[in-house]
Ligand binder design. Structure first.
Ligand code: ZN
Length: 333
C-alpha cells in the first residue's frame, strides 16, 4: 500500500497550480456587495423587554425599581445607536414631591418636522397589591423599544425627525384618575404634561406635527377600537395601514371610550394625536393578574409593524397638508 500511495501524493501536489485566490473574497464577515436584509420588528425581542421590566417588580414614579427600568430602557436605546436624553423634573403629587424623568431618543430626519412615538413606563402605585403591569405599560414599552431598534438600524434619514418618548408618571397616585388633584394640577399624566411644556419652551411645539401613543396594546386577544378624542386623519392612516397588513380583526371601528391619556396634553397644545389602547375589553386592567401570560409577542408585532408602516404616510400627510388639530387650548403648566 505504501508504494502506491507515494506517487498519488506526488501527483496531488503539482508545482504549476495557479496561486490560491485571495482569502478575503470568501470571508463571511466582509462581503461588500451583499446588503444586509432590513431589520424587521421582532415580537420575541419585545416580549423579552416585557419580562425584564416585570423582573424589576412594581415600578411607580420615584422608586428604585423605576430607576432600574429607566437605566434598562436608556441602555437599550443607546445600543441601537440612538441619542438619548432625560427630561427630569419634580412633580407635586398627592403623595408629596416626586422626582420624575421622561426618556427621549432621537432619530434625526431631513427636516425639523417632528413626529413622536410614545408610551408611559411607570406602573400604577398600589399599597397592598403586587402590580407588575405586563400590558400596562410593559408591553407598550417593549414595543416602543423594538420600534427604536428598527428605526436605529436604517441608514437613510427619514423625511421627518422621529422622537421616541417614554413618559414618567402617567398613572394617578390616588385610586381613580380623577379622585385627587384639580383641573390645574391633575393627578395623572405628569410626564406628558411636562414634556409638552418643554416643547413649548424650546419652540418645538409648532414643529411637532403628530403624536402616536401606545398604551395597553399587547393583550393576546388584541382588538383596538377607536378613541373618539384622537385626531381622525392620524387614526385613519394607522387603522387603514393595519388593515392593509392583514390585521382587519385587530383594527376595528367600535368606539374605545378612553376619555383622556398621555395624548390629551398634546391635543390641548394643538398637536394631532392618537391613542392606541385596549381598555374596555382588557379584563386585567389595574389588577394583580396583569401578568405576562396576558400579553403576546404577536400582538406587539402587529402594532409595531403597523406603526412602522404608518410613519412614512403620516410624514407625507403632515408635510403636504399642514394640518392643525382643532381648537388648541392653552395648557396649564
Ligand atoms: Zn394604567
Amino acid at each position: 500500500m505504501a508504494v502506491l500511495v507515494a506517487p498519488l501524493l506526488f501527483w496531488g501536489c503539482p508545482k504549476n497550480d495557479p496561486p490560491a485566490r485571495p482569502r478575503a473574497t470568501v470571508s463571511t464577515s466582509t462581503r461588500p456587495n451583499t446588503p444586509a436584509p432590513p431589520v424587521a420588528f421582532n415580537g420575541e425581542r419585545a416580549m423579552d423587554h416585557v419580562k425584564k421590566q416585570i423582573d424589576f417588580g412594581p415600578r411607580p414614579p420615584d422608586t428604585e425599581q423605576l430607576a432600574k427600568t429607566r437605566a434598562y430602557i436608556t441602555n437599550e436605546l443607546k445600543s441601537y445607536g440612538l441619542t438619548v436624553s432625560l427630561d427630569e423634573f419634580t412633580a407635586k403629587t398627592p403623595q408629596g414631591e416626586k422626582k420624575m424623568a421622561n426618556i427621549v431618543a432621537e432619530i434625526p430626519g431631513e427636516t425639523k418636522t417632528l413626529i413622536l412615538i410614545t408610551s408611559h413606563y411607570d406602573t400604577k402605585f398600589y399599597k397592598d397589591m403586587n402590580f407588575v403591569g405586563a400590558n400596562d405599560p410593559a408591553a407598550s414599552v417593549g414595543t416602543l423599544l423594538e420600534i427604536g431598534r428598527v428605526l436605529g438600524s436604517r441608514k437613510e434619514k427619514p423625511k421627518a425627525s422621529y422622537r421616541l418618548v417614554f413618559f414618567d408618571g402617567e398613572e394617578a397616585f390616588c385610586e381613580g384618575w380623577g379622585d385627587c388633584g384639580d383641573e390645574k394640577n391633575p393627578d395623572n399624566t405628569y410626564g406628558s404634561r411636562h414634556y409638552v411644556s418643554q416643547l413649548r419652551a424650546r419652540n418645538e411645539l409648532e414643529s411637532t406635527r403628530a403624536m402616536i401613543l401606545l398604551d395597553m396594546m399587547g393583550y393576546k386577544n388584541l382588538e383596538l377600537g377607536r378613541d373618539p378624542t384622537s385626531t381622525k386623519w392620524l387614526q385613519d392612516i394607522i387603522w387603514q395601514t393595519g388593515r392593509q397588513l392583514g390585521y382587519e380583526k385587530v383594527f376595528v371601528d367600535r368606539e374605545e371610550g378612553v376619555g383622556g391619556d398621555d395624548h390629551e396634553p398634546f391635543l390641548g397644545g394643538g398637536v394631532a394625536a392618537v391613542d392606541i389602547i385596549q381598555l374596555t375589553s382588557y379584563p386585567h386592567w389595574h389588577r394583580a393578574d396583569d401578568t405576562i401570560d396576558k400579553v403576546s409577542a404577536q400582538s406587539m408585532k402587529i402594532v409595531g409593524e403597523t406603526i412602522l408602516a404608518s410613519l412614512p404616510k403620516v410624514t407625507e400627510y403632515v408635510i403636504k397638508n399642514n394640518p392643525q388639530a382643532p381648537n388648541p387650548k392653552t395648557i396649564q403648566e
